[in-house]
Design a protein around this ligand. Sequence first.
Ligand SMILES: C[S@@+](CC[C@H](N)C(=O)[O-])C[C@H]1O[C@@H](n2cnc3c(N)ncnc32)[C@H](O)[C@@H]1O
Length: 498
Amino acid sequence: MAEACSRILQTTLIPPFSPTQKPYSSYGQRAFFPRHAPVHCSVSTGSRTAAEGQKIPWGCDVDSLENASALQQWLSDSGLPPQKMAIQRVKVGERGLVALKNIRKGEKLLFVPPSLFITADSEWSCTEAGKILRQNGVPDWPLLATYLISEASLMKSSRWSNYIAALPRQPYSLLYWTRAELDRYLEASQIRERALERITNVVGTYNDLRLRIFSKHPYLFPEEVFNLETFTWSFGIIFSRLVRLPSMDNRVALVPWADMLNHSCDVETFLDYDKSSQGVVFTTDRQYQLGEQVFISYGRKSNGELLLSYGFVPREGTNPSDSVELSLSIKKSDKCHKEKVEALKKHGLSSSQCFPIRITGWPVELMAYAYLAVSPPSMSRQFEEMAAAASNKSNAKKEIRYPEIEEKALQFLLDTCESSISKYTKFLQGSESMDLDVTSPKQLNRRVFLKQLAVDLCTSERRILFRSQYILRRRLRDIRSGELRALRIFDGVRKLFK
Ligand SMILES: C[S@@+](CC[C@H](N)C(=O)[O-])C[C@H]1O[C@@H](n2cnc3c(N)ncnc32)[C@H](O)[C@@H]1O
């Protein structure tokens, strides 16, 4: 479903690049951007639609194979060894790498040499721009984001032009959702908060670069090229394609070709640098028949995290790493609110804290937080111990137990879980009749697409909460029936002595 809809989205949102546009005059061959009205943050302006903002004149529509063969040709001319896979249209992920022959389990594939990686050390076509960013100590991610825009804007003059031309013109990412869309579709999920934080970070990073560097060197960083729209694009590319290479001191890199591999929750194989073959490889953990799509893992990520960075949600129940964030808080009305918050602060936590819950259970930290939330003033001496155990920074990751308040703590968790479930249910029931009031087919496609992603995410997150609700109810029932049994025995013994 998501795939079918995503195709619609991709072909309708972005106006195609017009090759007749003139290059940017003061910078040799930079692509020309029409001057925008003042830059807006997509989060703060609910009215702006994604279709209006992003006019990126590079990249391509991923649902077509536009530019894929030029990329393949350029890569093999630039030192990529012959491959057992080719870029093709696929059912999962639109474009992906497909086996050209049978591939065995345990085979090493790819071998992308370092000369084809883009890292923070890559040479800039505009050396002056790179020098200035480095002199200003710009960290790797913003540096890479700026590098990508700088190279992209140089079009054919950049050595990466074939790679950039094959990148998505609009990466799927929550960065492209407006504030109104996030509020409307992701209200029940904590991923909404994460998306808002991420958008704020991107906007903040761009504003910081603009104030500190770009405004001082307008000839090197013209606003027509280095603006919030292009930064949203480059960060979208980075979030969805950058890889961390453990065997290269955890360096981050864009690795052309390797970044054409799509994610599957069924495989456990990751990209890494292989010292012996001196290239980025992965080792297959299953066999592939000729014509089958080959997958890697993007890491053990929840459905929410996959939506946040990559813009897709795996089918319900297929992701063993799926989790949902449950937000717990210390009630303002708590007699020991101040003391509890202070204890939490000491351990880097706050009065409201999110914990990941999986289908298989929850972390010991969550239970410790619940104990703290329900503990009475008479237990104030234990607040510190509870806060330490609630923080994953505590060295001793031991499970703490306070039998005297266990029932209260479990009930607190059950209440929180059920209030979260009701938010999801409200959204999911409402989504069936959600009015998709729109004025154009483009907007309709976008809304159907976003709604489907949100429904998929909320269904999978609610499923985990349902499971927790079941476990919590059973534990409470056991505690209560145990207490009842103990009470009956006590009563019997009392009668005996009467
Ligand atoms: C590293 S790129 C992979 C190549 C990408 N399909 C392309 O054509 O450029 C990551 C992007 O691929 C897509 N993708 C990867 N795995 C997917 C999956 N299992 N389901 C849907 N889309 C997927 C998402 O759009 C994601 O942002």
